[in-house]
Write a protein that binds this ligand. Sequence first.
Ligand SMILES: [Zn+2]
Length: 263
Amino acid sequence: MYLSDAEAKERICSIGRKMYQKQFVAANDGNITIRVGENAVMMTPTGVSKGDLTPEMLIKADFGGNILEGTYEPTSEMPMHLRIYKEDDTIQSTAHAHPIFLCCFANMGAELDLSLTTATVAISGKIPVAPYCNPGSLELAESVAPYVKDFNVVMLANHGSISWGHSPDEAWYILEEAENYAKLAILQKYILREFRPISKPQIKKLADTHGLTINPKRLVNAPDTTNNTEQASSFAGRPIPGVTLDDATIERIAEAVARKLKS
Ligand SMILES: [Zn+2]
């Protein structure tokens, strides 16, 4: 039912290395936990780079936060991780990091809900932002709790993101996919400024044919219709998105030019 302590330690070190290699964390950011018993969770220590974790650094604690094994100090975010397990007994692992593109949305206070790819609509779906709370606090732990049952990842305002799953791989994959989603969303909306969305009926068909249940709260902001079944057009032939000025800015420029000409 649960991973052994040794297996959990190995998985945490391996996920930590991926987290660091993917630049989801800087310095000693981020923490990972795996449930190892009815009342036991293995977790990362505070103050260590996730790229440098070794099994003997990891700490085993109970759901009351009491240390059962380990000589290092546990992560300061232990209350947030434990709160997620308390909210849903089926959760087996959590992963918290500060991935840059997700942080952009967390800093803007913008839910990630663009209807972009099959993976993004099906794996995380819409990603909400929990309101700002002091890192390491019980308030931060409580701010995440309302999202646990309906979502599998949440952004923490002005801080980072945390994901959870029914296995260590699932928790990690969700976070990895969420960061991809955030990266794509920024490129499509602000750099390319265009995309053909997946429609609501296409999302329904995707869920029906793949045996997925998409929680209505996680539905992305999809249109009723789309043009993504039409023939694709040439990329080379597309105009490069330029700078567009609103009327007020054009007027201000015209006035400045007029003043210059009069003087
Ligand atoms: Zn953090």
